[in-house]
Design a protein around this ligand. Structure first.
Ligand code: DX5
Ligand code: ZN
Length: 218
């Protein structure tokens, strides 16, 4: 079954609570929280995302799907684990060394969340293979991380296919999430490639009817 995680990066403050409500009643599965530190990527969304994540945890029962686009992974795992997210995902390009990657995995597990590792378009799949049997999800970036509203890079779906093949051949039970440029058309391509969790920002937030948009993605 395909799940939908709504990226709330472009939600405006004035409409935030109403939009969160519409997303939840529109049957999304998670709220996707894009934490950017102004270093790993240019934008800094730390304050806004903390604010939104807190609001959501007060008004919704849906799980948080926290996507850390930050250099200091350890600090933000600490900060977000207090909200008991369903999933915390960090970037392999941020932890870099095996030691830091393993520690981050352990820290997230200890906090009770599911562990995701994200991989940017330019990073080779080989980088994450050693960790696949220790984590719950791979987040394949289908755009260069940093902003919403970009076009999906077609080659990234080849990476999804390759990953899907690898996990099936090796009997690894893991979710594959795609993030960036997902709309009704790219959603079906991503599913065909092997993704089972779709992040969508712009497509959902600008939809006239969110329920219909979620149904189309699924
Ligand atoms: C990009 C973020 C994505 C993005 C998705 O750096 O990680 O979650 O906001 O937004 P859309 O669906 O608009 O590409
Ligand atoms: Zn994201």
């Amino acid at each position: 079954m395909t799940e939908v995680s709504a990226s709330i990066l472009t939600v405006e403050k004035e409409n935030a609570v109403r939009t969160f409500y519409n997303l939840e009643t529109g049957k999304i599965n998670y709220f996707h929280i894009d934490v950017m530190d102004g270093k790993f990527v240019e934008r800094d969304t730390t304050e806004l995302m903390k604010d939104y994540a807190l609001t959501i945890s007060h008004i919704s029962n849906l799980g948080l799907d926290v996507h850390l686009m930050v250099e200091n992974v350890e600090e933000f795992i600490d900060e977000y684990s207090m909200l008991e997210p369903e999933i915390i995902t960090f970037h392999i390009e941020a932890t870099k060394t095996e030691e830091r990657t393993k520690n981050a995995i352990e820290e997230i597990k200890r906090s009770g969340s599911r562990v995701g590792i994200s991989i940017s378009p330019d990073t080779n799949l080989e980088e994450i293979k050693p960790y696949l049997n220790q984590i719950h999800m791979v987040l394949v970036m289908t755009v260069v991380p940093g902003k919403g509203g970009q076009k999906l890079i077609p080659e990234t779906l080849e990476k999804v296919k390759e990953l899907k093949k690898y996990i099936d051949e090796n009997n690894i039970d893991i979710d594959i999430e795609v993030d960036g440029g997902i709309n009704a058309e790219t959603a079906s391509l991503a599913q065909e490639a092997g993704a089972n969790i779709l992040v969508a920002g712009n497509y959902l937030i600008t939809a006239e009817n969110i329920s219909e948009a979620v149904a189309k993605l699924k």
